[in-house]
Design a protein around this ligand. Structure first.
Ligand code: GLU
Length: 474
């Protein structure tokens, strides 16, 4: 770290919608940077837009960040800081670095058109710069509609982006930006600047869509003699077809993914890899490993692709790795309350699903045996007599097993019974009897999950089904 100041970063979401995946990614990168550098991570709710801000979105954002485990060290809400913004607006007006502008909409449009016809990029002409302080104060006093503009110097400004390298903007092309509306309501670029500087943010890490705001904020900082933080602009998140993810109508909120049953570990891993990867070719990483490796220098410049398949792969891999007890606790939220899940059920299913909302379907046969045709019990060209014989053999093995059957033990016993015989002819009827369906875990896994009593009940039921069939086919 070149600076000896303690690292302080922030995430500054506007509560105008639920926590967006892109905001979650930005929050994660800030949090990782803070944790990797022994710094502070700050949450600042940017609720200056009264009309669009909503408490319920603020709650959703906080809930989502907590779910991800992105705990913050300090919290600010912009709507509680009006007097601070007012004070700094006053300073800028008093030092004549900002001024009141009374131009009407029509006048502004006229200026725009004139510039366009002259082949110039439109910007504010600076007309009200020359209004004297006395006249401006008198007009404000009279209630004339106005805004406050910053005097943006016509100079080039350069900043070194920690991801994108040196970036240059020309103040002459930006023009005098509006920093407060009529009635003194300060605008985005102004409040962000004040908050970032007063909360001693050392690194502003945010999406690339904010790059054009950065020179404006630097001009405001310069006008107030503020120390300028470092900047890092993260690559945009793109759909696999390279369109902007922000434009996707559904599935952009973190909550959507939480409800589908993606785990926090997979989500962190996936979001971290959206624009970053470690030095080696590791992909499945837990959060502590990521913190250890995290470095802004390894963030890519090009867009980061959001792929649902990749997310599924991350989730499947993390589910497989997860401790059964821990997974059991989360899994309970995805199945009916009356289902009593056990570790064996979870163990048998965890490698087979991509997200936990598939659990209900995958586990339902444990709780309600699906109805099936006796013919399903037949493996290839077995006849019903052979099926019955084999199921009876399996029943005896299960019957003789201890009450607390473990899959390895029952597997050994059953395989011993099969000996040189056909596995399919013995295991298929058993598996159908136990699960009532063709796709299911191995009979050994099912027996452990169901327990001895229920397993025997199901085998008996299959035998009854066979009895009902009066004539055996050959
Ligand atoms: N409130 C802004 C947003 O939600 C973030 C501003 C910033 O990071 O500077 O996009």
């Amino acid at each position: 770290m070149s600076s000896d100041r303690k690292v302080r970063v922030r995430i500054a979401p506007s509560p105008t919608g639920p926590l967006h995946i892109g905001t979650a990614r930005t929050a994660l990168f800030n949090w990782l940077f803070a944790r990797a550098n022994g710094g502070d991570f700050i949450l600042r709710i940017e609720d200056t837009d009264e009309e669009r801000s909503d408490k319920k979105f603020e709650e959703d954002i906080e809930k989502g960040l907590k779910w991800l485990g992105l705990n913050w060290d300090e919290f600010y809400r912009q709507s509680e800081r009006d007097s601070i913004y007012e004070e700094y607006l006053g300073k800028l007006l008093a030092s004549q670095k900002a001024y009141y502008c009374f131009c009407t909409k029509d006048e502004l449009e006229e200026m725009r058109q004139t510039m366009l016809t002259q082949g110039l990029a439109p910007k504010y002409s600076g007309k009200c710069r020359s209004t004297s302080t006395e006249e401006a104060s008198a007009r404000v006093g009279k209630g004339d509609p106005h805004v406050i503009r910053l005097k943006v110097p016509e100079v080039k400004i350069e900043f070194k982006d920690l991801i994108r390298g040196s970036i240059e903007f020309d103040g002459a092309l930006i023009g005098d930006i509006i920093i407060a509306r009529d009635g003194g309501a300060p605008l985005y670029n102004f409040v962000v600047t004040i908050d970032d500087v007063l909360s001693e943010i050392t690194h502003v890490i945010r999406g690339e869509d904010h790059i054009s705001n950065t020179p404006k904020q630097i001009f405001i900082m310069q006008a107030l003699d503020f120390k300028i933080p470092k900047f890092a602009h993260l690559p945009m998140i793109l759909n696999p077809n390279k369109s902007k993810m922000s434009k996707r109508s559904d599935s952009v909120s973190l909550d959507y993914y939480i409800k589908r049953g993606y785990t926090k570990e997979a989500m962190i891993n996936f979001l971290a890899f959206m624009g970053w990867h470690p030095k080696d070719d590791r992909e499945i990483m837990d959060v502590d490993e990521i913190i250890k490796e995290f470095d802004l220098g390894r963030v890519q410049k090009g867009g980061a692709i959001f792929s649902d398949e990749k997310l599924d792969w991350f989730n499947n891999s993390h589910l497989k790795k997860m401790d059964n007890k821990e997974l059991l606790k989360i899994a309970e939220n995805f199945v009916p309350k009356s289902w009593k899940l056990n570790s064996a059920m979870i163990d048998a299913v965890k490698g087979r699903i991509n997200h936990l909302d598939e659990l209900k379907e995958s586990l339902s046969f444990y709780f309600k045996l699906p109805d099936y045709e006796p013919a399903t019990l037949r493996w290839q060209d077995m006849n019903f007599g052979e099926v019955e014989l084999n199921l009876n053999k399996m029943k005896d093995v299960v019957n003789e097993a201890e009450n607390d059957i473990k899959k390895k033990d029952i597997e050994n016993k059953i395989l011993e019974e099969i000996g040189e015989g056909s596995k399919g002819e013995m295991l298929w009827p058993l598996r159908i009897a136990l699960s009532g369906q063709e796709n299911s875990p191995s009979p050994f896994e099912i027996i452990e999950a169901l327990g001895k009593k229920e397993s025997l009940k199901r085998i008996n039921l299959a035998l009854q089904k066979l009895e009902v069939k009066e004539t055996y086919e050959t």
